[in-house]
Design a protein around this ligand. Structure first.
Ligand SMILES: Cc1cc2nc3c(=O)[nH]c(=O)nc-3n(C[C@H](O)[C@H](O)[C@H](O)COP(=O)(O)OP(=O)(O)OC[C@H]3O[C@@H](n4cnc5c(N)ncnc54)[C@H](O)[C@@H]3O)c2cc1C
Length: 617
């Protein structure tokens, strides 16, 4: 059955159900983004823009000076790129700086930085050396420290957390050759032995960053199934595993187009024995752990993307003034000038989104699963466009390698390396396509949770009737106001013009988005899950609305702090984003998706194989 069949295939349904079982069901705290998707602008949840904790800020400032000095004096990113090696003295120096214990609490000898400060450090390191940033981030954003801090028992914390201050490096092993985006395909097993006191892990893990040098790893493996309503339910469990455990075979070091210095590879687990007490969170809770870890773990990528965006701005500003062609500096030609403006205003937007979501993660009074996913999706997509435009402005010298530029005495701006290093961000920690699905699922949850009991064959009739009545009562109150104009007046939470007018737009567009999503839910019901073109537009509109909101609040804060022209950048970003939103709304009912999906079906059926001619295959 092809993916375009009207009914979702059984296999697809099973994967969706599997992912669904790992979802966080409850919304314990409010979510600004969730409300936006449902027609309500609750600006008070993000505005005034959160302030950095003063103590953290001071400590982080000091730390950033130290790590920058260390990196400048000891690490040559081009040499890392050429040789594929981060030198041993750099590992040692980073360990001495306790760079592997940035978020570890002080009581365990760590630096005790919060998410905001940690992201500031990652932002700085990313702007200098992608491989080093990923070494630190794979370890601390998704590796052992983060889930251990979140879900570890007191004994586990006491045993493992202090090791990171000594420089222990960790990794996160989820992906397998056949299990990329879809964890249901996982085949690595953890079989109970010794009366269940221990497990034997067998299988393969692929593309595990830091895996080849890790002292500790979080390894996801399939444990014995649970039986629910007579059906076997696959269980995935997370284990803390010592990197030097007998039976771990480091089969192959993978090399990539960028991030040449990372120690990433294929690993085989042959009867690797792990005690039961090394389970994190609980047996069968591995996927939930991965998703919850990523809620904050994902925020490093926005910070890293923003660091690169600012670096690009620095490069193109200098180069566009210096390089003269056709009688003027290239920055004075309109085509280049518009790129400069795009780079600056979009970097500003990434900055706003990054620091807003980082602060939200520390605040802990907001549900940030949607905001973190939006931040990851938005910043990795935008930064990719930015590096592409930066390379275009640098043109031939953008395509030339840094060592070649240096070899002929030219300006040193390693755009080519940054371009290669950055590309992976749209793939790791959830591809952009999976982020679309994740955001759509969470954004539509208030509808889905109401409809679900009506669609389930296991729910008795009287419960269904009750659910239907409750649903009718809810929608009678919720739906009509979505058609009403907003009476926000001229002042939303004291935002100055032109920011205020952009937020009035957000208020109206949020209602339109909520109406549109609801209509699609009614039209397609359960089948909406496979209507990705519809879901993607819903998500893209919500993402832009979130970015506009973050940008307006951030610009208002910066203006108050004395950076008045931040409002110009905000205005430029918001005006462009509004045009994109309007285009997406128009595309909803008026697009060529059906035609293009037919073409795709024919491609898969080899109808256009004749096109693949006169090439060397
Ligand atoms: C440099 C690097 C570092 C990595 N580090 C780690 C790590 O530390 N730990 C770890 O566990 N893994 C790691 N990974 C793995 C990474 O997380 C996966 O590459 C990623 O999850 C995507 O899986 P995949 O590459 O197998 O793509 P696939 O899942 O095979 O997807 C292929 C394409 O299909 C799309 N697609 C898949 N399913 C759907 C769907 N339902 N709807 C729409 N589109 C879909 C995808 O978006 C993608 O475009 C790393 C990978 C690389 C390259």
């Amino acid at each position: 059955m092809s993916m375009f069949d009207k009914n979702i295939s059984q296999e697809k349904l099973k994967s969706l159900e599997f992912a669904e079982a790992a979802r966080e069901m409850e919304w314990k705290f409010p979510s600004f983004a969730l409300k936006l998707f449902h027609g309500s602008l609750d600006l008070g949840l993000i505005h005034p823009f959160p302030k950095e904790d003063p103590e953290q800020k001071e400590a982080c400032n000091e730390y950033m000076v130290k790590i920058e000095k260390f990196l400048r004096e000891n690490l040559n990113p081009d040499a890392v790129d050429l040789t594929g090696v981060i030198p041993p003295n750099v590992y040692k120096g980073l360990a001495d700086l306790r760079a592997f214990a940035l978020k570890i609490p002080i009581e365990y000898d760590g630096m005790g930085f919060n998410q905001y400060s940690y992201n500031r450090i990652m932002h700085l390191v990313s702007s200098y050396c992608g491989s080093t940033a990923v070494l630190l981030s794979a370890h601390q954003s998704i590796g052992v420290p983060q889930p251990l801090k979140l879900f570890g028992t007191p004994e586990q914390k006491k045993k493992y957390l202090p090791r990171f201050a000594q420089g222990a490096i960790s990794a996160f092993a989820l992906t397998e050759p056949e299990a990329g985006s879809d964890p249901r395909n996982m085949t690595t097993t953890a079989t109970p032995v010794d009366d269940g006191k221990a497990f034997l892990i067998n299988g393969q893990k692929l593309w595990c960053t830091n895996g080849l040098i890790a002292d500790l790893m979080v390894v996801m493996a399939v444990t014995p199934p649970k039986i629910v309503h007579g059906k076997e339910i696959k269980q995935i469990t997370a284990f803390i595993v010592e990197g030097n455990s007998p039976g771990i075979e480091k089969v192959h070091r993978c090399t990539f187009m960028g991030l040449r210095g990372i120690q990433n590879g294929l690993m085989r687990f042959n009867n690797v024995k792990v005690p039961r007490e090394n389970i994190l969170l609980g047996e069968g809770e591995g996927l939930k752990l991965a998703l919850m870890t990523l809620n904050t773990g994902r925020l490093t990528l926005p910070a890293a993307s923003t660091g690169i965006g600012k670096w690009c701005l620095n490069v193109v500003r200098q180069w566009s003034t210096k390089r003269h062609q056709w009688g003027s500096a290239i920055g004075e030609h309109e085509a280049v000038a518009l790129k400069l403006s795009f780079i600056a205003s979009n970097t500003f937007a990434m900055d706003a989104v990054t620091w807003l979501t980082s602060a939200m993660a520390d605040d802990k009074r907001r549900d940030i699963r949607l905001e973190a996913a939006i931040a990851k999706y938005f910043c990795t997509e935008v930064s990719w466009k930015i590096i592409d435009e930066t390379l275009q402005i640098r043109a031939g010298q953008g395509y030339e390698t840094a060592s070649s530029l240096a070899g002929r005495g030219m300006d040193y701006w390693p755009v080519e390396r940054a371009f290669r290093d950055l590309r992976i961000n749209r793939i790791i920690e959830g591809t952009s396509e999976i982020m679309h699905l994740f955001i759509a699922r969470e954004a539509l949850d208030p509808h889905l949770s109401k409809i679900k009991p009506l669609l389930s064959s296991r729910v008795p009739l009287d419960v269904k009737i009750k659910a239907a009545l409750k649903m009718a009562a809810f929608y009678t109150v919720w739906y009509p106001p979505l058609w009403m104009p907003s009476f926000a007046g001229n002042d939303i939470n004291g935002l100055p013009q032109p920011l205020n007018k952009h937020m009035i737009f957000v208020q109206q567009a949020s209602k339109k988005l909520a109406r549109g999503s609801f209509h699609q839910m009614v039209k397609y019901q359960q089948k909406l899950e496979s209507k990705q073109s519809i879901l993607n537009r819903i998500v893209d509109i919500g993402t832009e609305l979130f970015a506009i909101s973050a940008v307006c609040s951030y610009a208002a804060k910066l203006a108050l702090d004395g950076q008045a022209n931040a409002v110009d950048l905000a205005d430029s970003f918001c005006s462009d984003a509004r045009k994109r939103i309007e285009a997406l709304f128009k595309e909803g009912p008026n697009n060529n998706d059906a035609q293009n999906l037919k073409i795709a079906k024919k491609i898969l059926a080899k109808d256009f194989e004749w096109m693949e001619n006169q090439i060397i295959k």
